[in-house]
Design a protein around this ligand. Structure first.
Ligand code: GDP
Ligand code: MG
Length: 683
């Protein structure tokens, strides 16, 4: 019998932030202080890892989610890297799913920004215990108090300050230990602590008050002390704070500057002291194939459950990162994963690895709570549950997003056609939001993704990692259509055949009505028709054929030939003609009647509308607003913080193509924007 290892000293965490808040800088400092970055300096084997880094430098964003280990004070912090750009939201979500806790980094000048809100929503989905690092406190205009206020206002979070930066920089006051911590040495690696003097303490007294009130809420015994004006012991404060952090009721905040090397070590301490070990997390909800709910506790006993959260090519071979939720896995084991059509397919786990950045070490087994890399697994992809063949289960599925932008592509040289298809197939496996389709009309290959940057990075990877150059067409935006009024139509399907052998006659009559529905309603098909002649009933097969006939049409609307949405299709009446009313006859009659009704219902085109946030210097507000209005943006609001204005708007994606360049020239390179798909709507 194998014994499960003690994981109480492991912290699986991720760092998330709005782009440019300082996630990469903070990560580097954390790795430096824990000594882990020395390993990063020793890279020579993983060429692909270097490629990732090169791209990251080129774009200033993080696009890979490997696991990096950082030892700190008898604990092992495992950083699961989360990407920082909204184009990769799905990656953020899938990595959040397997974390036990997270750090959200804020810019001390800007406070909460649009992507902070996005990661916060994802954090809420899994009620992930969470610490905040208020970074860039060295910048003029940084304001700790205001940053906390934006957390309350925009996230409805409960910020509890733990370290407060002092105005003279490179020092923080620790509110629990009541010490001033100075960060000395070349990279702030030496800490000089001293008892907080009265002047500094007076400056942070109100923060200490906030902290005490928050823990009083969490712990009744402490509440009595605090209300009686007795100072609680630091140990008791930590304990209450941990409890409140784990249940998600408070969010401890740490101030500092990653770039100027201060404030980071107290955050590392807090990761160890406040964030959960794998076994401290509540059970996850899973579903059996029959839909029955099952709670999966992080436990060494019970049928095996794991979740694939990243597929990565390693030395050209397919590898899958898996978080184990229950039981353990050994090399040679068989598991099942769901196929696209919902069946369970067997997988053979050939090898298991422990991963630290670019280095993988073979292991024989891995237990609940651990994150491992698997080789030999052929089908499992991001978001798939791996389970015991005798007890198949599905953890809640991560929602995938519509790729709303596409480009026609072809290899620069035609000999590379096959290689391109092969490589794109691999990339699609790594990233399910990337899709390769064929345009049915032109036969061109279309690469679909979630935005311009997403596709651009894909092309760069093709070139850098696979030495493949592609030619691409203009970006095209995914469209939908709907109807704007009610209409109905009937169709009698009664073909006459000239050929002798086709003596089977087909006949069916169907009446259909269509009507518009509100945005986001999808397609509703109602097929409970009145059946003629009276007394006849539809067989199950006939009934299904009618529904299929109506559904077939919805991929290809009569107005612009794009998928339909937001409408109701009601099959009102059907006339049967005995044997001649086969399933095929009914399907065709329904499809034709539906198509005619749709073409009479005044079709309208729907465009992808993006929730967009633009941050610009105040002096550019007039020009940028004017330009946005010319792009048909609907301005929701503007907000002035520290000389920068944030504009919230909804804009059609087609009008935002190339906006990066436009905004740069309108703001002398200082403006930034981010967007996320919201809905299909009239533009
Ligand atoms: P990420 O996009 O969240 O990964 O942010 P980065 O770590 O790449 O940082 C974005 C920019 O902010 C870079 O130019 C950093 O040098 C800068 N930066 C990061 N941390 C700080 C900080 O504490 N203070 C200041 N002044 N700049 C910082
Ligand atoms: Mg970064």
């Amino acid at each position: 019998m194998v014994k499960a290892p003690d994981l109480s000293h492991i912290r699986n965490i991720g760092i998330a932030a709005h782009v440019d808040a300082g996630k990469t800088t903070l990560t580097e400092r954390m790795l430096f202080y824990t000594g882990a970055s020395y390993k990063i300096g020793e890279v020579h084997d993983g060429a692909s890892h270097m490629d990732y880094l090169a791209e990251e430098q080129a774009h200033g964003i993080t696009i890979t989610s490997a696991v990096t280990q950082a030892p700190w004070k008898d604990h092992l912090i495992q950083l699961v890297d989360t990407p920082g750009h909204v184009d990769f939201t799905i990656e953020v979500e899938r990595s959040m799913r397997v974390l036990d806790g997270c750090i959200i980094v804020l810019d001390g000048v800007r406070g909460v920004e649009s992507q902070t809100e996005t990661v916060w929503r994802q954090r809420n989905k899994f009620n992930l215990p969470c610490l905040f690092f208020i970074n860039k406190m060295d910048r003029p205009g940084a304001d700790f108090e205001r940053a906390l206020a934006t957390m309350r206002k925009r996230l409805a979070a409960e910020p509890v300050p733990i370290t407060v930066p002092l105005p003279d920089a490179s020092a923080v006051v620790h509110l629990i230990d009541k010490e001033v911590i100075r960060f000395c040495g070349e990279k702030g690696e030496q800490l000089a602590t001293s008892v907080c003097d009265e002047v500094s303490w007076a400056a942070v007294a109100s923060y200490r008050e906030t902290l005490l009130l928050a823990i009083a809420e969490a712990d009744e015994a402490l509440a009595d002390l605090i209300l009686g004006d007795v100072e609680p012991e630091p140990r008791a404060v930590w304990k209450a704070l941990r409890k409140a952090t784990l249940n998600g009721s408070v969010h401890p905040c740490f101030g500092g500057s990653a770039l100027r090397n201060y404030g980071v070590q107290p955050l590392l301490d807090a990761i160890v002291r406040l964030l959960p070990a794998p076994h401290d997390r509540p059970p996850s909800v899973a579903y059996r194939p029959d839909g029955e709910r099952e709670l999966v506790a992080m436990d060494a006993a019970g049928p095996f459950v794991g979740l694939a959260f990243k597929v990565q090519l390693w030395d050209g071979r397919r590898h899958v990162f898996v978080r184990i939720y229950r039981n353990f896995l050994r090399s040679g084991d068989h598991v099942v994963v769901p196929s696209r059509d919902g069946r369970m397919i067997q997988e053979h786990v050939a090898r298991l690895f422990d991963v630290d950045a670019h280095k993988k070490t073979r292991i024989d087994q891995a237990f609940a709570g651990q994150i491992v890399l698997l080789a030999g697994v052929r089908w499992a992809t991001t978001g798939d549950t791996l389970s015991d063949p005798k007890h198949p289960l599905l953890l809640e599925r991560i929602e995938t997003r519509e790729p709303v932008l596409s480009l026609a592509i072809e290899p620069a040289s035609s000999e590379e056609e096959e290689k391109l298809l092969e490589v794109l197939d691999k990339l699609q496996q790594e990233d399910p939001t990337l899709r390769l389709d064929e345009d049915p009309e032109t036969g061109q290959r279309l690469l679909r993704g979630m935005g311009e940057l997403h596709l651009q990075i894909t092309f760069e990877r093709l070139e850098r990692e696979f030495n493949l150059r592609v030619r691409s067409g203009k970006p095209a935006v995914a469209l939908r259509e709907t109807v704007s009024r009610r209409a109905n139509a009937e169709f009698l399907f009664a073909p006459s055949y000239e050929h002798e052998q086709d003596h089977v006659s087909l006949k069916a009559w169907v009446q259909v009505s269509v009507a518009p529905l509100g945005r986001g309603s999808g397609i509703k098909i109602i097929a409970n028709p009145v059946v003629k002649p009276e007394g006849e009933v539809l067989s199950t097969v006939q009934h299904e054929a009618i529904e299929e006939g109506a559904r077939d049409i919805t991929q290809n609307g009569p107005f612009k030939g794009v998928p339909l949405q937001d409408l109701e299709i009601r099959v009102g009446a059907v006339e049967l003609f005995g044997q001649a009313s086969t399933a095929d006859a009914l399907r065709v009659a329904t499809a034709r009647a539906t198509r005619t009704a749709l073409s009479k219902a005044a079709g309208v085109l729907l465009h992808p509308i993006m929730n967009t946030e633009v941050v610009i210097p105040e002096e550019n507000l007039g020009t940028v607003l004017g330009d946005l209005q010319a792009r048909h943006a609907l301005i929701q609001g503007t907000n002035l913080v520290g000389g920068a204005v944030t504009i919230d708007c909804d804009a059609p994606l087609d009008k935002l193509l190339g906006y990066t360049t436009a905004l740069r020239s309108l703001t002398q390179g200082r403006g930034q924007f981010s967007m996320v798909f919201h809905r299909f709507d009239v533009a």
